[in-house]
Structure formats: C-alpha cells, structure tokens
Design a protein around this ligand. Structure first.
Ligand SMILES: [Mg+2]
Length: 213
C-alpha cells in the first residue's frame, strides 16, 4: 500500500524532551522534595503538585515554579523521552517531513533547545526546527503535542489535521473532552510506539483499530 507523505509537527517539551523529569530533579535539588508529576492536573498549574509546606518554602525563597525550569542549562540537559528517537527515525524512513515546533520556554531556552536538537536529533535539519509558540500558523497533517490548548488551536485552524499526544495527568482532561470535541479521538496512552502506529494509519488513509475515542 502506498503511503501518503505527511508533514508531522513535533513538539519538544514532554514529547521529545523529558521536561517533567528535569523539573522533578530541579525541584528536588533546590527544595529537597521529589514531586510526583502525576499530581500535575493542569498544564499551567504545575505548582499544584507540591504540598503546602514545599509551596511555603518556595514562596519564602521568593520563587515560583518557573524559576526551577528557567535556570540556565535546564533545557540543554533534559533527557530524551524513551521511544522518541526510534519514532523520528521511522517517520523519516517512511518519507514524512518532520518539523519540530516548540515554544520558547525561558530566557535561555531558545539556544539550548537548538543545541539539544543538534545533539539528540541531528537527522532533523536545522531549517525544520522552529522555536515559535503559534504552532497553528504552520500547516501540517499531524501535530504531536502534549498541551491541549495547542491541539485545540491547531484543529480550529486545520480541521482535517490529526492531533496526538503522549498521555500525562494534565491532558487526561483533553481525553475526556476530546479537546473541545475536535481532538479527533486519536489519543494514545501507550507512548511513542502507539503514535508511530497511528501516524502510519493516517498515511495509509485507514482507521486505527487500536485508538480509543
Ligand atoms: Mg510540550
């Protein structure tokens, strides 16, 4: 069967790069508390995963949770999410175009993210890497992004696109509400392998029998 060549937009934080793992380590190093990312229920309320005494300690230090990932070197040092390298390789081997689109996250993050991509994903050309928050302005067939607001904005602009994500506690709500009813139901909880299988179905123009709606 002939595969359609797709343009696949791929987010970095929590899709290619283990942002939460880095945040957990940073908070532990500075506040002595190991946070459970499963307690992050809202994308923009990560501090809710911290107990009151740690929040108090953070406040007394004059910090917000952003300060623990705004540290120089934070984004440069993130680990690669398991399965991401194989997935990108599979997309490229199948002839798809991969465009990495990531929002600038901190004053030093743009440079760090570009360096991180060069180290971990040298097969993606630099011209296909955008540090740009308005992802919906870039036309693609598939958006892989953990943030429900990005998926919603994308589908609003490109109704035929497919939006996929790795599962996190804070995008469970996206699953339940189907991202404002337009998430297309192609949600995966099984990591990168399931995303690759789903993208293959999109390229073949067939329904993915394993996805849940
Ligand atoms: Mg992300």
């Amino acid at each position: 069967m002939r595969l359609r060549k797709l343009r696949i937009l791929v987010d970095m934080d929590s899709i290619l790069a283990d942002f939460l793992g880095g945040l957990v380590d940073s908070i532990e190093a500075h506040l002595g508390y190991r946070m459970d990312p499963n307690n992050i229920k809202e994308f923009y309320r990560m501090q809710d995963a911290l107990p009151p005494e740690v929040l108090k300690q953070m406040k007394e230090a004059g910090k917000t949770i952003e300060d623990y990932f705004f540290l120089p070197g934070f984004f440069r040092g993130l680990k690669v999410i398991p399965g991401a390298k194989d997935a990108i390789r599979a997309f490229l081997d199948e002839g798809h175009e991969v465009v990495v689109v990531t929002a600038p996250s901190s004053p030093t993050s743009t440079q760090e993210k570009l360096e991180w991509m060069r180290e971990h994903f040298p097969e993606i050309p630099a011209k296909n890497i955008c540090v740009f928050p308005q992802k919906h302005m870039i036309k693609g067939d598939v958006l892989i992004d953990d943030a429900a607001h990005n998926a919603s904005a994308y589908i609003a602009e490109w109704p035929k696109a497919h939006t996929l994500t790795l599962a996190y506690a804070y995008n469970e709500k996206g699953k339940r509400t189907n991202y404002n009813g337009r998430y297309d139901g192609k949600y995966t909880t099984e990591g990168w392998k399931a995303i690759v299988e789903h993208v293959r179905c999109v390229a073949m123009g067939v329904e993915n029998p394993i996805v849940r709606s």
